[in-house]
Every structure is written in structure tokens, then in C-alpha cells.
Design a binder for this molecule. Sequence first.
Ligand SMILES: [Zn+2]
Length: 447
Amino acid sequence: MKDHSASSRIFPLVAGLAVLIVGLIPALPAVARQLNDIEEVIIDYVDGNAERALDFLEATVNVNSGSLNFDGVRAVGRMYEEPFAALGFETSWVDGAAFGRAGHFVARRIRPGTPTVLLIGHLDTVFEPDSPFQTFEMVNDSVASGPGIADMKGGNVIILESARALDAAGVLDDISLIVVMTGDEERSGRPLDLARKALVDAAIESDIAIGFENGDGDPGTAVVARRSSSSWQLTVTGTPAHSSQVFTDRVGAGAIYEAARILTGFYEQLRHEENLTFNPGLILGGTDVEYDQSQARGSTFGKNNVVAEHATVSGDLRAISPAQIELAKSVMQQVVADHLPQTHAELTFSDGYPPLAPLDGNYKLLDQFSAVSEDLGFGPVAPVNPRNAGAADIAFVSGHVAMAMDGIGLGGADDHTVNETGHLWTLPMQTKRAAILLYRLSRDYPN
Ligand SMILES: [Zn+2]
């Protein structure tokens, strides 16, 4: 415990001295900054255009762009065409018919010999036109509510305003930028490899990728590792018979015992693996099982005196790296293969979002971002625990870029609910941090 009695006596003296010193040096800024002239221009530009940025955010929030409202998603994408074109970007729309979604907005501005940075946004929200939540509204003078305001229409605006700030400071030609705003992040089209082809192609061309998702809503954190998200399905069969014959050589254990053994095996063999989780979310077992995967529901019939013939289990799997996914899959398959007598089981995995593996380059990028934040007086930035970072589009760049980071968009709370809010004071703050990070990357990368 601290000795409060001593500090309470000394504190008024120290505070008095501090006031005296600050009063004697009026030119000293409130926060010690390590910023050059170009960075000061960036800051002034962002502050001078904060109101316009907020108006544009409001306008984009007020256009419904639920993932399945293709016209709305396209309309929000169109709002970015003219502003990016005015900065010298080539803009295009990647049609989404091949994967059953609206498509993606892409803007490119390549300057050979400069580092290429992929800036990732998404146009869609979880709020379809039938949602009661449709409009931007001020909650108080620094917080607004609105569908997708933080997730992630705010982040999209930060991407645009950062590029504008670099242009205003005369340094936009020192970097190559590829902006990809997907139209189906919240409900991605299938097949996934087609739905994410534009993003992966852009990543292959890029050195660095930055995602402007809202992260965990805390500007003191950024995401440098995200877990994968995929699903699995276990289908078990047994030998039906009167229950009096269970455990005999001919009848064996039945499907429900086998399903229980397999789940217990997963639990015992894999639950201590760090950053790995696997959760059975549904189980059906009995004589007859009907399971509708698309509706996540089913029905079953069975009697106490009949050995179960069928069991079905559906679950998810989240892992930190491709290697961990492979480890989990192989252990799970080994567990499945060790069948109880007279049963059979099959475990299948479906494709999902890959992980953003925690590579060294990601931590270097975070360190640079943290230094920018400290120089701006916004304090250091720490990594989010990957357990608390959901799957997102940034994961598709993993392995294609040397550095990746996400979660530096608009701060907010309660995304994916009708109470979603955006913390408006973070709009200029995040824009300054992003723009100055891009400027420093243009000078320092790859060092
Ligand atoms: Zn999002």
C-alpha cells in the first residue's frame, strides 16, 4: 500500500510549482509533441475540416446499407466515388453477382517506388431496411447514434479524410494507397474465395494493410491478431436395437454415447490450447434426426427403450493461426476416429474467416502507431487480446502483407444493436493518427 500521508503533504507544493513553471513559459504547448511541419499541416487540415467530415458521416449513415440491401450498399459506395476521384484515385465497383452480394468499392492511387498500403473499410451494416434503426441522431454534443456509425461508416470516413489530409500536406504522392470497402463484411457472400478475391488481390499488391473497424471501442487499443471463425458438423450413426441389448457386441453403444464420447474427447484434449476455442452450439440425437443447417434448428424423435441411431452436433472453431487450425482439426479427427463399438461418425469443417496471425510486422506497425499517438498527445496504444477481437476482413490479408493492423476506426459502443453509438470526438483524433502514420510509413518503410 502507498503511504498517502507523505504524498498528500508534498502534492500541493509540487502542484503549485507546476502552475508557476507553466505560467512562466506560455509558448509551451499543453502536450509535448514531436511533430514536424508537415504533420502540423495534417493536424490543422483535420481540425479545419472536422465539421464537413461529420456531415458526410451523417449522410452515409442515413443511407440504409444492410448487407442484403444491394441498392443501398451500392449507393453508399457511390458516395465515395467523387471524393476519391478528386484526389486522383481510380475508382471502380467490383460487381458482387458471382457471390450473391452487392459488390465492393475500390479506389487506387499507385505511385511506383513508394510503399503500398491497403486501407480496408466496409459499406454494409447489420441493419436491413426492415430494422427500426435507420437514422443518425445526436445523443448529446459528442455522441451520436446510428446504424453502422461505428461499425464501420465512421472508419470509412476516416480513410477518406486521411487521404485528403495527406493531399493537403503535399505528401500524397509519397505513398501508394489501395482502398477496398467491401459490401458484405457483416454477411459475406459465398463462395468466400470469390467474395474476398478483390481484397486478397489488393493485399498481394500491398506491403501493409490497415483496417478501420471500430475495434473494441477503446482508442488506447488496436488489433494486431484476430482469431479465425469457422464451423464444424459432427454426424454420428449407431445400431438401432432394443435398449436391453445396448453394450452387446452386436449393438454396441449407440449414436448418443458416441457423440458424448467425442465431445468429451475434444474438451479433454484441446481445452488448454491457448487462444483456441470450439463450442458445440446445437445437438440432436435419437432414432430420427432432422437438422436444417441454414435455419440453425431441427427436430428429433427417440424413445428411452431404443438405442439411438443418429446424432448431430454443430459447433464453431476459433483459432489464432493457420497452424493452430490444422492442429485442432487433426486432434479432433483423431478423437472422432476412435469409435465406440458399432458406431460411426464423421466430422466436417466448413470454410470461414481465416485468422490474422500475430506476426512480428503487425507489432512493429502497432509500435509505430503508438508512437504517433503519443506524439499527438493521445497516449500509447496497446494490442487487443485476440480472444476479444472478432473475425473481420483484415484476416484475408494475413500472409500477403508484411504488416497488418485493424480496429483504428471510429470509437463507439453497442455495435450490431439498435443502441449503436459513435464517439464523435474520436473522428478527428483517429483521422490525425491514421494520416500521420501513413505519412511516416511513406518515409520510413521498410525500416
Ligand atoms: Zn464491421
